[in-house]
Design a protein around this ligand. Structure first.
Ligand code: FAD
Length: 587
């Protein structure tokens, strides 16, 4: 079974030393969130993840969820762990105190999300969609609904789901068939089938709050006729207590490659009572509140799985002896594989991407908070535009890198990585869903290129590039190499941006065939930007924590020499166009 030590020191470094990132420090309500408090939270989080949740990863993989007589049973140990998890208040971390939440910023809950993803993604998924549903309900529902449902969801006694996908409708939600018929009392009755629903049923909570998209009888076809409904598993009485069973049942559980402890359900809705959330036919707008936050969290899943894969690879490379290193001092036997340049390079590739991603994710969490809570409307708007630009980047980049890193981890372990002994192949299998769900990574890339670069508020990518260029003007000899490299790659990104903006107007196939590469270029450059922020502190504060900062500087050095240059190859590949692709005839 893989081992895991939560990277609390790195997280605390970001929290304490990068507070000044773009307006975050100006948010009034978070001024009282002290480093001491956050450190306590992260240390407790580390304990529950390392000691209680980590063992569930293996048990969930070996004993997947089952459907018995219409009831979904989670793997052994899940119930006990979930009881402790909600008793300790982990579901309420970033929720509003008005509904019983702890009101912590997303900077802190993102750290917790990362730890939980490292420990067990399957277990995490039982509460993850609840937080997404909580966000959606608190933004779009009436006060009556909020007061009735949110406190129980915050407490973790009730959970939430997101019901979009149907047999004929995955990426293209406009094709959905689930019908909602209005009743004389203003409620709706929903009929149809949803598939692939994460935590669609389970035996952990007293009730499940499904957020379902459906088409009202008199609504138009396509995405313009989609509304959002809250459909509880058990109807809730006026006094908040649980009433009779609603018309939702589990048809089956999917048999999957990974995350086997997570119940991915086919749900049948047969005249199920539903309550409309937000305006009629505007369901997708409301659902996007949930999906956008979820996409960042899925990116964090990729980061968390990468971290545990890296930690175990490093440990293994320190224990496994094979072959002689180039400068071996041994006359007989073999050196640790960590001594081989190729293995060392692999480990540094993982480490430099992971730490850069964590710093970028911290910046994005800060910007999310600024977009929601800053007192100045203009500042809020700019942050919101940056969050919207970077959401598909973080989702895609972190989950694709998760595949690269879990694959490299398997390689470092050799045959013991491929067999089940060390639990490394499970990390690869568990991560494989992350580039697919919450909108495939290709759809994220298309969203970035066709919708996020420029919006009604202006040329967002230009503002983002200008921000990076400005922040890069650092007069410090130690930083010279890093700043020069970042500057060079910002220019490449700038040229790529001009090229792709033109193609979006004049040649959509060129733009489509390039969008994944464009996202990668933006991703690699953004991680370098996050590294520059880390480096600035590392040089300034060097003497206060030499070991820690030297490690940061050398890791960044690897990133700038070995990872960042990949941005340019994506630019070169993409700008060959798509003519030769589109003319190709498959036999
Ligand atoms: C384990 C698991 C859990 C899930 N959890 C949930 C959940 O909780 N709730 C929920 O509603 N759904 C859930 N899903 C569904 C998931 O979000 C979808 O599988 C995903 O959005 C892709 O849809 P699809 O599978 O129908 O693929 P399709 O939409 O059929 O796509 C197939 C391929 O075509 C590409 N493609 C599609 N359209 C275009 C286009 N316009 N341009 C270019 N390429 C395109 C895609 O990128 C993909 O590579 C889950 C799925 C799994 C496997």
């Amino acid at each position: 079974m893989p081992t895991y030590i939560a990277p609390v020191e790195d997280m605390m470094f970001l929290f304490e030393k990068l507070k000044n990132n773009k307006h975050y420090n100006e948010i009034e309500k978070y001024k009282e969130v002290s480093s001491e408090l956050v450190k306590n939270i992260l240390e407790e989080a580390a304990k529950i993840n390392q000691n209680i949740i980590l063992p569930l990863a293996k048990s969930g993989d070996e004993n997947p969820t089952v459907l018995e007589n219409g009831v979904v049973r989670t793997p052994p140990g899940y119930k006990e762990a979930y009881t402790k998890y909600i008793e300790d208040g982990w579901t309420s971390l970033s929720c509003d105190p008005k509904y019983g939440g702890q009101g912590m910023p997303k900077t802190v809950s993102a750290f917790f999300d990362e730890m939980l993803s490292s420990a067990s993604l399957s277990f995490k998924l039982y509460s993850e969609l609840s937080i997404g549903a909580y966000n959606c309900i608190s933004h779009h529902a009436t006060d009556d609904i909020k007061n009735k449902y949110l406190p129980k969801m915050v407490e973790g006694k009730w959970s939430g789901t997101m019901c979009l996908t149907e047999p004929v409708c995955g990426t293209d939600l406009g094709l959905l068939k689930t019908k909602a018929t209005e009743q004389s009392d203003g409620t709706y009755k929903l009929s149809g089938q949803k598939i692939f629903i994460t935590s669609g049923d389970q035996d952990l909570t007293e009730n499940i709050v499904h957020l379902v998209i459906a088409r009202a009888s008199d609504s138009p076809n396509g995405t313009k006729g989609i509304s959002l409904f809250l459909v509880p598993k058990f109807l809730v009485k006026d006094d908040g207590s649980i009433g009779s069973r609603n018309g939702v049942s589990t048809g089956s559980i999917e048999n999957k490659m990974g995350i086997k402890g997570s119940a991915t359900c086919v749900l049948n809705f047969d005249d199920a009572v539903g309550y409309m959330i937000g305006p009629k036919n505007k369901g997708l707008n409301a659902m996007f509140t949930m999906m956008n936050l979820e996409r960042i969290v899925v990116g964090i899943q990729g980061l968390g799985i990468s971290e545990i894969a890296y930690q175990n690879s490093l440990n293994y490379a320190k224990e496994r002896k094979q072959g002689k290193a180039n400068n071996s001092k041994l006359s007989d036997g073999a050196d640790f594989i960590l001594e081989h340049a190729d293995i060392k390079k692999s480990l540094l590739n993982m480490k430099s991407i992971i730490e850069g991603e964590r710093a970028l994710c911290f910046w994005l969490s800060q910007q999310t908070e600024v977009s929601l809570n800053h007192q100045d409307k203009k500042v809020r708007q700019e942050a919101s535009d940056f969050v919207s630009l970077m959401t598909p980047v973080v989702k895609t980049m972190f989950t694709d890198m998760g595949m690269e890193i879990t694959s490299e981890a398997m390689q470092v372990h050799g045959g013991y990585g491929y067999t089940k002994d060390q639990g490394i192949e499970q990390l690869y299998r568990d991560n494989r869903i992350t580039p697919i769900y919450e909108g495939t990574n290709s759809i994220q890339a298309a969203d970035l290129v066709f919708r996020k670069l420029v919006n009604k508020n202006g040329d967002i990518i230009k503002k983002y590039l200008d921000m990076m260029k400005n922040d890069c003007k650092i007069e410090n000899d130690n930083m010279k190499f890093f700043v020069k490299e970042l500057d060079y790659h910002i220019k490449i990104l700038s040229n790529f941006t001009d090229w792709i903006k033109e193609k979006v107007q004049k040649s959509k196939d060129d733009a489509s065939a390039a969008c994944n590469d464009y996202l990668k270029t933006l991703g690699f450059v953004s991680i370098a930007y996050a590294w520059v922020k880390v480096l600035e502190v590392s040089f300034k504060d060097y003497n206060n924590n030499k070991n820690f900062y030297e490690d940061k500087i050398q890791t960044a050095n690897f990133y700038f020499k070995r990872v960042l240059p990949r941005a340019e190859s994506h630019f070169k590949i993409a700008t060959t166009g798509s003519d030769y692709i589109m003319k190709f005839k498959f036999i």
